[in-house]
Design a protein around this ligand. Sequence first.
Ligand SMILES: [Zn+2]
Length: 341
Amino acid sequence: MFQDRKICKRCVMPESKPDIRLNEEGVCNLCLEYEKNKGRQKKQRPPLESDLTALLKKYRTKGEYDCLVMCSGGKDSTAALYFMKKRYKLNPLAFTFDNGFETEEALENARSASEKLGADHLLFKTDKMKKMFADAVKRHPEVVLCHLCSIWYMDLTFRMAERFDIPVIVAGWTRGQSTERAGVAEYRYGKDRREFTGMGEATRRFLKEYTRENPGYRDFPKSIEEVIKKARKRHRTVEISPHWFLPYSEEEYTDLITKELGWKAPENSYPAKSTNCGLNFLSVYNSMKHYGYTHYHVEMSKMIRAGLMTRDEALESLAINFDKELLNFWAAKLGHRFEEI
Ligand SMILES: [Zn+2]
């Protein structure tokens, strides 16, 4: 489906000039920078479970809910909900956002996990994103749909935390997605990340223009930085993921929620063994076409550098595993069709 690009020998980032370049040995500038910084930094101990319990204690309030768990129904977020309720005996509010394209399998996982755990569950489904996604796919294929969506759902998450006066936001972020406590989403798509320079610029340009031209979207945030800045002024929260602190591997907690909660893996997903909305296939296709990689390549490369994943494992889950039919099945929902694939 895509032309082969030269890929870094250490991670899985392809050459994508000017931001990602390979040297004569076939190693990318991001891996070289990582090596250089690793030597300079003081060795930090990895986060421990006691750090997590200390944080949860520090932010504990007398409110009705102890934490808001962003639960999409995927394995990482379902396990996060499980840990909050079962392991730490907290009262979480599970929050599922449906941009209109979530799969029934994912929604059912979120619903059934909340029910089995006896956690309150809030589902927010909107039709508002559909027009924006459709316009982006048709006219601005360089825009990464996942970025638009994550801006929207982080904004919504902060608003829900404020609405219910909840101090802790919990997500299923893995160590490849982020290891920083605050400003998680900022870290993922922020301006200063070289891997996201091109993608980030495309998102900002699109949102600036789109919100100006479409009055119904005037209040839509222009960037993730704007979302976080405004949220911090309204309500104090800390954003964390149990996966940064707990020693369990992905396989271990997937087994746990499968046995305890009846969690089911989706039939089709990209990357392999993940859960994402149907538009993810479109987003991946356009990202590969325009940049030669997706944000999943960035996350897994980070995990490889940190020794949390092997390069072969990453290459296996990142192999394109969907076809034209599946792509056009989801594109049709936006009134679009990919002709040349
Ligand atoms: Zn590399």
